[in-house]
Design a protein around this ligand. Structure first.
Ligand SMILES: [Zn+2]
Length: 298
């Protein structure tokens, strides 16, 4: 090989290495159970806690044929849709903030936090959208101790009152919250409150009586973690009127869905849902009639 040929190959090789370094520098490290992205100036990590299936029977207000049609589009061959449980970590100057905690030790939150390079000790704040088991069980470990030893946990006053206001409804919530409560690291907020600098509590009452979202100001773009506004993305964006069995107040659930879909589309929010297809982060746009479309950022 002539020396100019060697030189040419060396230059090509160098160019390849440089372009590889540049492109991998732009793309953030990803893994099967976590997904890192930027929303405005916020660094957000979606964490997968679980995947599974949700049956047609959970939906109400639609004809079975309409549901079936959407299931086929989603690639489902049975009477069910793929289902997801996600949690989200947002990096703020005060430290890492975790929104919801998944199903607890039997599920994958801890494993996938570790895979994303986040230790339980790194979590400074946990924000709870509501107190259903798939959002609060991850607060404690197998022995019932705080799974996030340095975290202060925030929930909504109305949610606290609904679950813990008497009777035995709130047994699970009590168990999950008590290590934080006894350490004086359990705090209550209301819609409109600035729970943390640049993070506002958003009223989404309906799915549960104290269901809330958290709106993170990101500069160029804002990020809304909306908990359980939608459970089955394959159906509920097209048909926001479709009810979900888990909604405590189904008609309020529909109202909230319509209001928040409209607001998310209008304000071009980047939204994050606990049950949206992983990574559970995307954008909502207005479609025909009362319908909306959801587009995952992935
Ligand atoms: Zn849920």
């Amino acid at each position: 090989m002539k020396s100019y040929q060697v030189c040419f190959l060396l230059i090509m090789g160098l160019a390849f290495v440089i372009s590889f370094v540049l492109s991998s520098g732009r793309a953030m490290a990803q893994g099967a159970g976590f997904y890192k992205t930027k929303v405005g100036n916020l660094e957000v990590t979606a964490i997968s806690d679980a995947t599974g299936q949700m049956g047609f029977d959970l939906l109400g207000g639609l004809e079975e044929s309409q549901i079936k049609q959407e299931a086929v589009k989603a690639g489902s061959e049975g009477n069910y849709f793929p289902s997801f449980v996600n949690a989200f970590v947002v990096d703020l100057p005060l430290g890492k903030v975790l929104v919801d905690t998944g199903n607890g030790p039997a599920a994958n939150l801890m494993k996938n936090l570790t895979a994303a390079g986040i230790a339980p000790e790194d979590i400074k704040v946990v924000l709870l959208t509501h107190y259903h088991g798939d959002h609060i069980r991850g607060l404690i470990d197998q022995s019932g101790k705080a799974a996030f030893p340095n975290a202060t946990v925030y929930g909504a006053i109305a949610e606290d009152k609904y679950w813990l206001g008497g009777g035995n409804r709130g047994e699970e919530a009590q168990k999950c919250l008590s290590p934080y409560e006894s350490a004086e690291r359990y705090k209550l907020v209301s819609p409109g409150d600035e729970v943390l600098p640049g993070v506002q509590v958003v009223e989404l009452y309906g799915h549960t009586p104290g269901h809330v979202g958290f709106l993170f100001k990101g500069g160029k773009e804002d990020f809304l973690a909306w908990g359980d506004v939608a459970h089955i993305a394959y159906v509920q964006f097209k048909y926001p009127e479709a009810t979900m069995r888990y909604d405590v107040d189904k008609s309020k659930g529909v109202e909230v869905r319509k209001r928040i879909f409209a607001e998310s589309a209008e304000k071009k929010l980047v939204v994050a849902g606990a049950h949206l297809p992983f990574p559970g982060i995307g954008r909502v746009t207005k479609s025909e009639g009362d319908s909306y479309e959801y587009k995952s950022i992935e």
